[in-house]
Design a protein around this ligand. Structure first.
Ligand code: AMP
Ligand code: MG
Length: 314
């Protein structure tokens, strides 16, 4: 059920959970001032309680209310990439952000989304936690239709059209003496080099620190359709039901193509990714092969990682 900006503000200020657009994906939003609403988000999504949420702010100035300490070059990163698809993990003054949102960690993740409607709401409500608006494990939602598919047509959604980027934010974390990427996303690691003076290393945020993963969310099954996805570098002529591939390539005839757009345009592939994965299920496809013959740099690396996760049945 579509709601107006004013209704969104009223609902959030009275402790309700609603869905809102961002430039990355749709989020399920709750005010940080209502821990019970935050608990409801975990319940609605079926999200494990040790997977912390991102706190979304309306303005960067607010960060000083929460930060215990701002790591080197934080200001430069915020100035260059906010509003935008960068999430930054920093140590927080613990009683300023409910423990349930942080999964009990001494840090919290922050971002300022680049979406006019949602910024308008954030300015009025104050900080909102906003994980992706999908049932845990499912492909993320990039349209109102996707949100309604997972949470029902009666669920309150602020309509911002289709999300521009289509994949989640990139998460940076200060690890001892350098910034590291703990989740790939809409910004490529190379994009940070002009500000940091180095390309942050992409770390496997689950295996390096088994006891205390740097990015707990990466432990879980993600982005997965019901369809079995087979990732291949070359599509063979074997009988398959469907191909997830590119509109400018030729594939064996008679097999349905679910197109990610041009193989020259990672942005359009990112924009289409979750819609394509969701469409496989809408059309009851049991088994699809995915054309993985694309680069491993920039945004392509994010797409590769998302498809690898989507194909994993943990
Ligand atoms: P989602 O809301 O589904 O985009 O997932 C949020 C991601 O942010 C998860 O992968 C979490 O692990 C990560 N995250 C949130 N807060 C923290 C934190 N304090 N430290 C490390 N990762 C975090
Ligand atoms: Mg998510």
């Amino acid at each position: 059920m579509k709601i107006t900006v004013e209704e969104a503000i009223t609902l959030l200020k009275s402790g309700r959970v609603i869905a809102m657009p961002t430039e990355t994906v749709y989020g399920l939003a709750a005010s940080i001032f209502f821990p019970e609403a935050i608990a409801n988000i975990f319940h609605l999504k079926g999200r494990p309680s040790n997977n912390p949420l991102i706190v979304h702010l309306g303005t960067a100035a607010d960060i000083t209310l929460y930060a215990r300490d701002l790591p080197q070059k934080f200001e430069l990163l915020a100035e260059k990439f906010w509003p935008g698809p960068l999430t930054i993990v920093i140590p927080v003054i613990e009683d300023t952000i409910p423990a349930i949102a942080r999964a009990g960690l001494p840090t919290a993740a922050f971002r300022i989304p680049d979406h006019a409607l949602t910024r308008e709401v954030l300015i009025k409500t104050g900080p909102l936690v906003m994980p992706s608006a999908n049932l845990s494990g499912n492909p993320s939602a990039t349209s109102v239709e996707h949100v309604e598919k997972d949470f029902g047509s009666g669920f309150s959604v602020l309509d911002g059209g289709e999300c521009e980027k289509g994949v989640e934010s990139t998460i940076l974390c200060w690890d001892h003496d350098a910034w590291v990427v703990i989740r790939l996303g809409a910004l490529a690691p190379e994009d940070f080099a002009p500000v940091l003076g180095y390309v942050p290393v992409v770390i496997d945020a689950t295996s390096a620190h088994q006891e205390k993963p740097l990015c707990p969310g990466q432990l879980y099954r993600h982005y997965a359709p019901k369809a079995k996805l087979e990732l291949v570098e070359k599509i063979s002529v074997n009988a398959v039901e469907a191909i997830v591939g590119f509109s400018d390539r030729t594939y064996p005839e008679g097999i349905r193509l679910f197109s990610l757009g041009s193989s020259k345009d990672p942005q359009s592939a990112a924009h289409e990714l979750y819609a394509v994965l969701r469409r496989l299920d809408d059309e009851n496809i049991a088994h699809a092969v995915v054309d993985m013959n694309f680069p491993s740099q920039g945004l392509w690396l994010t797409l590769r990682e998302r498809l690898q996760k989507a194909a994993t049945s943990l």
